[in-house]
Design a binder for this molecule. Structure first.
Ligand code: GMH
Ligand code: CA
Length: 160
């Protein structure tokens, strides 16, 4: 391989360097747009985004709206995710429903995909299935959970 091979390599080096610059510009632009999009109704935790539209409705209505948007009702899997949802509860001063319920089997709380929950943050004394009609889960401003009737209206928080 002679001169043409070397100039080919130099051409590729210039192209890589151009792309590196473009990638850095794109990254800084994306970082700014993320902040804009998340303000003030969204929270990012790892790969997960929690977002409210301010809508309030019963569990079925919230579930349907999140699904329609290509997400699902917020389903925190750890304390950091729960804290992000808690922040939205505090910001709006409105309780939210999670994508968790024990509709299928009383006392066995599951995600919407039917799997058993791996994280919970129940208030002391909960879940108590008060009056025998509490299959959904609301989040208090403390971040603690209470089982509540799915027919109640709560603030929507979807995850994407
Ligand atoms: C009962 C009592 C309260 C509790 C509520 C709540 C309803 O009224 O046990 O202390 O806060 O139930 O669990 O969802
Ligand atoms: Ca309860």
């Amino acid at each position: 391989r002679g001169d043409s091979g070397l100039s080919e390599i130099n051409l590729l080096k210039r192209q890589v360097s151009t792309l590196e610059g473009q990638l850095r510009a794109l990254q800084s632009s994306f970082s700014k747009y993320k902040k804009v999009i998340m303000f003030p109704n969204g929270r990012i935790v790892g790969e997960k985004i929690f977002m409210t539209s301010g809508y309030e409705g019963n569990f079925d209505s919230l579930k349907q709206r999140c699904s329609q948007a290509g997400g699902q009702l917020a389903s925190p899997q750890n304390a950091a995710e729960n804290a992000a949802i808690q922040q939205i509860v505090v910001l709006y001063n409105k309780l939210v429903f999670l994508g968790i319920n024990d509709i299928q089997t009383e006392g066995r709380f599951k995600y919407l995909n039917g799997e058993n929950i791996v994280y919970s943050n129940w208030q002391t004394g909960e879940p108590n299935n008060d009056k025998g009609i509490e299959d959904c889960v609301e989040v208090y401003s403390s971040g603690k959970w209470n089982d509540k009737s799915c027919g109640e209206k709560r603030l929507i928080v979807c995850e994407f």
